[in-house]
Design a protein around this ligand. Structure first.
Ligand code: ADP
Ligand code: MG
Length: 700
């Protein structure tokens, strides 16, 4: 085996002390190459640089001392097999007892008269003495010159598998020694100079082995120049890839550009049941402008729940259809697809456009085959369905516009599939999840964004309260009063994957209980994800038609459901839901002109996290505020739920901690790309690096 040209690509086996077994272990921890190792950031730093005179040691502190080792001995204890390695260490001021518990191998490592640096916890010993317990040790031999574990600011790594922080520090040290001084640097020198960032080589060195005198606080905030440099490198590459891809998209040409004239404007106006809000009008303008360009649209329409995105999408669809193009309207769930189909059909009632709902499922029914044939022949201008619409082998004659609702659930992959099929339609993705700006730059960095900020007129803010389960009866009385005024209510149960069966049973039993004992005078129905598609649809339609008063549901109703007459949302076990989900669920009410309420029923006692979540919900209905809190509570990794959402896996950067660096990196990447010669080799190689590092998002 020979080491590759790129020193960072060197497998870890090349390091001292890494045999096949250790290598396999490291691999399990995700570490294969020197690069993997060096880009695994410390989790924190410890200042072990200030050596303390031994005579001044006090119990209860952590201290570094240096001195000569004396009186080493391995002592048995009363516990069988449990032994203590004891020694004295002496400096000019005095001597202190040192004890290592249960590490008998130290007998072969530590010997009298060795010079040591020790760092550890000082504990009371006997009446008035102190001892160092289980200290980190480092043998000072004159050749090494520099200590790596003690007597300095030391990086602490997360323990992974059998890899201890100390082993990792040793490996990192050896790895750094192998790196050439002129290590290749992916961060362009112009960026480095402007932001006064150290070279890659120096940054790696100083991140793992901070220089003497560095500020421990700055290091622990990950704001030393070395750390910032590595974070910016990662973010810069990431943004560069997104921006470069955006530029590529601009080179694409859609099958047929769209024109807009008075006839088309009239056609759109005819379906409008109300006046658009300012935000809706602006969004539509952005979208229609994009549609008239030769390159495909890639736009994100962001608008809080209930802000009225659907009508905007429909108007865009009409423009496409009037141009003889087909439109695919996709929703994340069957229920939502059905609801969209029903809604859109109603809105299109006065027009001549044919709309079809294409159900999922492998069913080879004759009706489905006929529908597929019609779509392929271009006879269905508007097809509504789930994401299966683009994933399966549905063929379109002239697909001009793809609308993807609730993009945070899927989208990246669908966009990729379209492109892979050689289709370049306009793409409009819609999300109700307000996305903190940093994340928007990250997950949707290659999209243009329109946002609808205001709700349609006449909406009253939803009143939200949190109540312990013990006050359930009050909640029932409240629901009855609402039902008596002709309104409807949702009662939602959590359904977590791991205990889906148990939860489903709970929801089912609860529905029976409510129907028979609590609301016997009202119509109660149950809706859950395991039901057959047509059964679900029947229930939803009955609820929409006010034939059902109380809908007991699992979280299948989370997104998109629109029944303006429903004014009560009760969320059972609210403590189990995340903020985004609670916000989505609450958004199912308050959609008409009536005062609506959201009641968060919880099981006491609450954990601190749950309490904080419920408090956010009762304090604000502003989706943007909730999104920021959600991000803070859950961290960026979980914010969107799945990797498929397009979030990159970051090695050194942290989207929460390093928000502003992401924005800086975006600006730097944009400026650099503008100045770069598109055919330059450095651009090519940066893009390759990008594809390797952020492969998944590369598909979007
Ligand atoms: P979302 O953005 O959450 O998808 P919808 O498109 O479902 O919201 O719209 C929510 C409700 O508001 C629907 O009942 C819709 O008909 C209504 N609506 C949307 N825009 C307006 C408007 N400009 N004026 C009045 N009602 C509107
Ligand atoms: Mg919607």
């Amino acid at each position: 085996m020979t080491a590759p040209d790129n020193p960072l690509a060197t497998p870890l086996q090349f390091l001292k002390g890494v045999g096949p077994r250790r290598a396999a272990d490291l691999q399990k921890a995700g570490l294969t190459t020197i690069e993997d190792l060096l880009y695994r950031f410390p989790i924190r730093y410890e200042d072990r640089s200030r050596l303390q005179p031994i005579a001044t040691l006090k119990p209860g502190q952590a201290a570094s001392v240096t001195g000569e080792l004396l009186n080493c001995a391995l002592r048995p204890t009363r516990r069988p097999g449990f032994r203590i390695f004891e020694a004295l260490v002496r400096d000019a001021s005095g001597a202190v007892r040192v004890a290592w518990l249960n590490q008998p191998f130290l007998r072969d490592v530590l010997h009298p008269h060795q010079s040591e640096i020790l760092f550890g916890q000082v504990e009371q010993f006997g009446q008035s003495g102190v001892q160092l317990t289980n200290p980190q040790y480092e043998i000072l031999d004159d050749e090494e010159g520099e200590t790596i574990h003690t007597g300095r600011i030391v990086a602490i790594y997360e323990k992974t598998g059998s890899l201890t922080p100390k082993m990792q520090r040793r490996l990192v040290h050896d790895a750094l020694e192998r790196l050439p001084v002129d290590l290749e640097d992916p961060l362009p020198s112009s960026v480095r100079e402007r932001r006064q960032l150290p070279s890659r080589r120096d940054a790696l060195e100083r991140t793992h082995f901070p220089e003497a005198g560095a500020s421990i606080d700055v290091l622990n905030q990950f704001r030393s120049p070395a750390q910032v440099r590595l974070i910016v490198e990662e973010f810069f590459l990431f943004q560069l890839g997104l921006l470069a891809r955006r530029r590529d998209l601009r080179q694409e040409r859609k099958p047929q550009p769209v024109i807009v004239d008075d006839r088309i404007r009239d056609s759109a106006r005819r379906v409008l049941p109300f006046h658009l809000t300012g935000g809706q009008r602006q969004a539509l303008k952005d979208i229609v402008q994009d549609m008239q360009r030769p390159e495909p649209m890639n736009r994100l329409l962001e608008g809080d729940v209930g802000s009225g995105k659907t009508i905007v999408a429909l108007l865009a669809a009409i423009v496409a259809m009037e141009n003889g193009l087909q439109v695919a309207f996709m929703a994340p769930t069957e229920i939502l697809a059905e609801q969209h189909a029903a809604n859109l059909r109603r809105l299109l009632a006065g027009s001549t456009f044919r709309l079809e709902l294409l159900r999922g499922g492998r069913g080879r029914s004759r009706a489905r085959s006929a529908l597929l044939a019609d779509i392929a022949a271009g006879q269905v201008p508007l097809v509504v369905g789930t994401h299966a619409l683009v994933q399966e082998s549905v063929r379109f004659a002239s697909l001009g516009l793809v609308i993807i609702d609730e993009q945070h659930r899927f989208g990246v992959v669908q966009r990729a599939i379209l492109r892979a099929k050689g289709l370049h339609p306009d793409v409009l993705v819609m999300t109700a999840t307000p996305i903190p700006r940093t994340l928007a730059l990250t997950a949707y960095g290659d999209l243009d964004v329109s946002a609808i900020r205001e709700a349609p007129p006449g909406r009253l803010p939803i009143k939200t309260v949190a109540k312990p389960d013990s006050r359930r009866d009050e909640v029932y009385s409240f629901i009855r009063r609402e039902l008596d005024t002709g309104h409807q209510a949702y009662i939602v149960y959590p359904l977590v994957e791991e205990s889906a069966k148990v939860d489903l049973k709970a929801a089912t039993e609860m529905a029976d209980h409510l129907a028979q004992e609590i609301f016997p005078a009202y119509r109660v129905a149950l809706l859950h994800g395991r039901m057959k598609a047509d059964a679900k649809e029947r229930v939803m339609q009955a609820f929409a038609a006010r034939e059902v008063d109380v809908l007991v549901a699992t979280t299948v109703i989370e997104v998109g459901i629109d029944v303006p007459n429903a004014t009560v949302m009760v969320i059972e076990h609210a403590e189990r839901f995340g903020l985004a989900q609670l916000h989505q669920l609450r958004g199912r009410v308050g959609r008409g002109g009536n005062q609506s309420a959201c009641i968060l029923l919880y099981q006491a006692p609450l954990s601190d996290d749950s309490r904080a979540r419920l408090r956010v919900m009762t304090e604000t209905t502003d989706g943007a505020v909730i999104a920021e809190r959600d991000l803070e509570q859950r961290g960026p990794g979980d914010f969107f739920g799945t990797r498929q959402s397009g979030m990159p896996t970051l090695r050194v950067g942290n989207l929460l901690r390093d928000r502003t660096l992401m924005e800086d990196a975006r600006r730097e990447a944009a400026a650099w790309l503008d100045a770069a010669d598109p055919s330059s080799t450095s651009l090519e190689s940066l893009r390759r690096t990008w594809a390797e590092r952020f492969g998944l998002i590369g598909v979007g």
